[in-house]
Design a protein around this ligand. Structure first.
Ligand code: GRF
Length: 216
Protein backbone atom coordinates (compact mmCIF):
# COMPACT_ATOMS: atom_id res chain seq x y z
CA UNK A 1 0.00 0.00 0.00
CA UNK A 2 1.37 3.38 -0.92
CA UNK A 3 0.74 6.00 1.73
CA UNK A 4 -0.03 9.63 1.04
CA UNK A 5 2.59 11.98 2.51
CA UNK A 6 1.10 14.59 4.83
CA UNK A 7 2.45 17.87 6.20
CA UNK A 8 0.87 19.07 9.45
CA UNK A 9 0.77 22.77 10.34
CA UNK A 10 0.60 23.68 14.03
CA UNK A 11 0.92 26.72 16.27
CA UNK A 12 0.42 25.23 19.73
CA UNK A 13 0.05 22.12 21.84
CA UNK A 14 -0.56 19.75 18.94
CA UNK A 15 -3.05 17.31 20.41
CA UNK A 16 -4.78 16.89 17.04
CA UNK A 17 -1.37 16.45 15.43
CA UNK A 18 -0.73 13.70 17.98
CA UNK A 19 -4.02 12.01 17.06
CA UNK A 20 -2.93 12.00 13.40
CA UNK A 21 0.53 10.70 14.32
CA UNK A 22 -1.06 7.90 16.35
CA UNK A 23 -3.38 6.99 13.47
CA UNK A 24 -0.43 6.86 11.07
CA UNK A 25 1.30 4.35 13.34
CA UNK A 26 -1.23 1.70 12.24
CA UNK A 27 0.19 -0.32 9.33
CA UNK A 28 -3.04 -0.13 7.33
CA UNK A 29 -3.46 3.65 7.65
CA UNK A 30 -3.29 5.27 4.19
CA UNK A 31 -1.18 8.30 5.20
CA UNK A 32 2.18 9.04 6.77
CA UNK A 33 3.46 12.27 8.31
CA UNK A 34 6.31 13.73 6.25
CA UNK A 35 6.68 16.97 8.19
CA UNK A 36 5.31 18.94 11.12
CA UNK A 37 5.78 22.66 10.53
CA UNK A 38 5.07 25.40 13.07
CA UNK A 39 5.00 29.16 12.78
CA UNK A 40 6.29 29.44 16.36
CA UNK A 41 9.43 27.85 17.82
CA UNK A 42 7.66 27.46 21.19
CA UNK A 43 4.78 25.38 19.81
CA UNK A 44 4.60 22.49 22.28
CA UNK A 45 3.58 20.10 19.52
CA UNK A 46 7.06 20.32 17.98
CA UNK A 47 8.51 18.45 20.95
CA UNK A 48 5.83 15.77 20.66
CA UNK A 49 6.59 15.36 16.95
CA UNK A 50 10.34 15.11 17.56
CA UNK A 51 9.71 12.53 20.29
CA UNK A 52 7.81 10.52 17.69
CA UNK A 53 10.74 10.76 15.28
CA UNK A 54 8.91 13.03 12.83
CA UNK A 55 10.77 15.72 10.85
CA UNK A 56 9.91 19.21 12.10
CA UNK A 57 10.49 22.69 10.79
CA UNK A 58 9.89 26.11 12.30
CA UNK A 59 8.88 28.81 9.83
CA UNK A 60 8.60 31.83 12.13
CA UNK A 61 6.12 34.25 10.60
CA UNK A 62 7.70 37.17 12.46
CA UNK A 63 10.94 36.70 10.50
CA UNK A 64 9.22 37.55 7.23
CA UNK A 65 8.36 41.03 5.97
CA UNK A 66 4.87 40.06 4.84
CA UNK A 67 2.34 37.24 4.74
CA UNK A 68 3.21 36.19 1.20
CA UNK A 69 6.92 35.65 1.83
CA UNK A 70 6.06 33.65 4.98
CA UNK A 71 3.73 31.48 2.94
CA UNK A 72 6.30 30.98 0.17
CA UNK A 73 8.67 29.59 2.81
CA UNK A 74 5.95 27.40 4.32
CA UNK A 75 4.99 26.10 0.90
CA UNK A 76 8.65 25.34 0.11
CA UNK A 77 9.02 23.40 3.38
CA UNK A 78 5.98 21.29 2.52
CA UNK A 79 7.15 20.64 -1.02
CA UNK A 80 10.70 19.81 0.13
CA UNK A 81 9.13 17.18 2.36
CA UNK A 82 7.17 15.84 -0.66
CA UNK A 83 3.88 16.52 1.11
CA UNK A 84 0.83 15.70 -0.98
CA UNK A 85 -1.72 16.73 1.62
CA UNK A 86 -1.69 19.38 4.33
CA UNK A 87 -3.51 19.16 7.66
CA UNK A 88 -3.94 22.33 9.70
CA UNK A 89 -4.09 21.33 13.35
CA UNK A 90 -4.47 24.37 15.57
CA UNK A 91 -2.59 26.50 13.03
CA UNK A 92 -3.35 30.08 13.97
CA UNK A 93 -2.33 32.03 10.86
CA UNK A 94 -4.82 33.19 8.27
CA UNK A 95 -3.68 31.93 4.86
CA UNK A 96 -3.88 34.04 1.72
CA UNK A 97 -5.74 32.92 -1.41
CA UNK A 98 -2.35 32.25 -3.00
CA UNK A 99 -1.47 29.51 -0.50
CA UNK A 100 -5.01 28.17 -0.34
CA UNK A 101 -5.12 27.81 -4.14
CA UNK A 102 -1.81 25.96 -4.23
CA UNK A 103 -3.25 23.30 -1.93
CA UNK A 104 -6.80 23.38 -3.28
CA UNK A 105 -8.71 20.25 -2.18
CA UNK A 106 -5.49 18.97 -0.64
CA UNK A 107 -5.57 20.97 2.61
CA UNK A 108 -7.75 20.13 5.62
CA UNK A 109 -8.58 22.08 8.74
CA UNK A 110 -10.26 21.08 12.00
CA UNK A 111 -12.56 23.51 13.71
CA UNK A 112 -14.22 23.07 17.13
CA UNK A 113 -17.83 23.70 16.14
CA UNK A 114 -20.46 22.31 13.80
CA UNK A 115 -19.73 24.61 10.87
CA UNK A 116 -21.21 26.75 9.47
CA UNK A 117 -22.17 27.61 13.06
CA UNK A 118 -19.55 29.52 15.05
CA UNK A 119 -16.61 30.08 12.71
CA UNK A 120 -13.71 32.00 14.22
CA UNK A 121 -12.49 32.08 17.82
CA UNK A 122 -14.15 31.41 21.21
CA UNK A 123 -16.49 28.81 19.74
CA UNK A 124 -17.37 27.17 23.05
CA UNK A 125 -18.19 30.43 24.82
CA UNK A 126 -20.39 31.36 21.89
CA UNK A 127 -22.11 27.96 21.79
CA UNK A 128 -22.89 28.27 25.51
CA UNK A 129 -24.15 31.83 25.08
CA UNK A 130 -26.40 30.73 22.21
CA UNK A 131 -27.84 27.90 24.32
CA UNK A 132 -27.37 25.23 21.64
CA UNK A 133 -28.00 21.63 22.78
CA UNK A 134 -25.38 20.23 20.46
CA UNK A 135 -22.09 21.52 19.27
CA UNK A 136 -19.18 19.52 17.90
CA UNK A 137 -16.33 19.69 15.46
CA UNK A 138 -15.78 19.76 11.73
CA UNK A 139 -13.02 18.70 9.36
CA UNK A 140 -13.23 20.62 6.09
CA UNK A 141 -11.21 21.44 3.01
CA UNK A 142 -9.61 24.85 3.32
CA UNK A 143 -10.88 27.78 1.31
CA UNK A 144 -9.81 31.42 1.39
CA UNK A 145 -12.69 32.31 3.66
CA UNK A 146 -11.80 31.41 7.25
CA UNK A 147 -13.40 28.23 8.66
CA UNK A 148 -15.34 27.64 5.47
CA UNK A 149 -15.00 24.98 2.79
CA UNK A 150 -16.41 21.59 1.82
CA UNK A 151 -17.12 19.52 4.93
CA UNK A 152 -15.49 16.09 5.07
CA UNK A 153 -16.63 14.91 8.50
CA UNK A 154 -18.41 16.16 11.60
CA UNK A 155 -18.94 14.93 15.13
CA UNK A 156 -21.87 16.07 17.26
CA UNK A 157 -21.20 16.64 20.97
CA UNK A 158 -23.92 17.42 23.53
CA UNK A 159 -23.85 20.54 25.66
CA UNK A 160 -24.56 19.36 29.20
CA UNK A 161 -26.01 21.16 32.20
CA UNK A 162 -23.26 22.78 34.20
CA UNK A 163 -20.86 23.02 31.27
CA UNK A 164 -18.42 25.87 31.17
CA UNK A 165 -16.23 26.59 28.16
CA UNK A 166 -13.39 24.42 29.47
CA UNK A 167 -15.55 21.37 30.13
CA UNK A 168 -17.23 21.70 26.77
CA UNK A 169 -13.90 22.24 25.02
CA UNK A 170 -12.53 19.03 26.57
CA UNK A 171 -15.55 17.02 25.39
CA UNK A 172 -15.27 18.47 21.89
CA UNK A 173 -11.50 17.91 21.80
CA UNK A 174 -11.98 14.20 22.48
CA UNK A 175 -14.28 14.10 19.44
CA UNK A 176 -11.73 16.08 17.38
CA UNK A 177 -9.13 13.41 18.10
CA UNK A 178 -11.46 10.77 16.66
CA UNK A 179 -12.74 12.64 13.68
CA UNK A 180 -9.52 14.08 12.25
CA UNK A 181 -7.90 10.67 11.63
CA UNK A 182 -11.19 9.44 10.17
CA UNK A 183 -11.42 12.42 7.77
CA UNK A 184 -7.78 12.15 6.74
CA UNK A 185 -8.30 8.47 6.01
CA UNK A 186 -11.21 9.27 3.67
CA UNK A 187 -9.18 11.93 1.86
CA UNK A 188 -5.97 9.88 1.68
CA UNK A 189 -7.89 6.90 0.27
CA UNK A 190 -9.35 9.19 -2.39
CA UNK A 191 -12.86 8.47 -1.10
CA UNK A 192 -13.73 12.12 -0.30
CA UNK A 193 -14.55 13.88 -3.55
CA UNK A 194 -15.41 17.57 -3.86
CA UNK A 195 -18.31 18.19 -6.24
CA UNK A 196 -20.04 21.53 -6.34
CA UNK A 197 -18.28 22.56 -3.14
CA UNK A 198 -19.70 19.63 -1.21
CA UNK A 199 -17.91 16.43 -0.31
CA UNK A 200 -19.18 13.12 -1.60
CA UNK A 201 -17.90 10.00 0.14
CA UNK A 202 -17.35 6.97 -2.08
CA UNK A 203 -17.19 3.36 -1.07
CA UNK A 204 -18.61 1.20 1.71
CA UNK A 205 -20.48 2.75 4.66
CA UNK A 206 -20.22 6.07 2.87
CA UNK A 207 -22.74 7.93 4.99
CA UNK A 208 -21.59 6.62 8.35
CA UNK A 209 -17.93 6.99 7.49
CA UNK A 210 -17.99 10.77 7.91
CA UNK A 211 -20.29 11.00 10.91
CA UNK A 212 -19.77 10.62 14.62
CA UNK A 213 -22.51 11.18 17.14
CA UNK A 214 -22.88 10.91 20.89
CA UNK A 215 -24.48 7.47 20.78
CA UNK A 216 -21.26 5.98 19.40
C1 GRF B 1 -8.41 22.59 18.40
O1 GRF B 1 -9.54 22.80 19.20
C2 GRF B 1 -8.73 22.83 16.95
O2 GRF B 1 -10.02 22.48 16.61
C3 GRF B 1 -8.57 24.32 16.84
O3 GRF B 1 -7.47 24.64 17.66
C4 GRF B 1 -7.34 23.65 18.68
C5 GRF B 1 -5.95 23.10 18.54
O4 GRF B 1 -5.64 22.18 19.56
N1 GRF B 1 -8.40 24.70 15.45
P1 GRF B 1 -4.37 21.23 19.42
O5 GRF B 1 -3.17 22.15 19.16
O6 GRF B 1 -4.61 20.31 18.28
O7 GRF B 1 -4.25 20.54 20.73
Amino acid sequence: MSRRKVGILISGRGSNMQALLDACAAPDYPAEIALVAANRADAAGLERARDAGIATQVVPHRDFPDRQSFEVALDAALRDADAELVCNAGFMRILTPWFVERWHDRQLNIHPSLLPAFPGLHTHERALAAGVRFTGCTVHFVRAEMDAGPIVAQAAVPVLAGDDADRLAARVLAAEHRIYPLALRLVAEGRARVADERVLIDGPACGEAALLNPTD
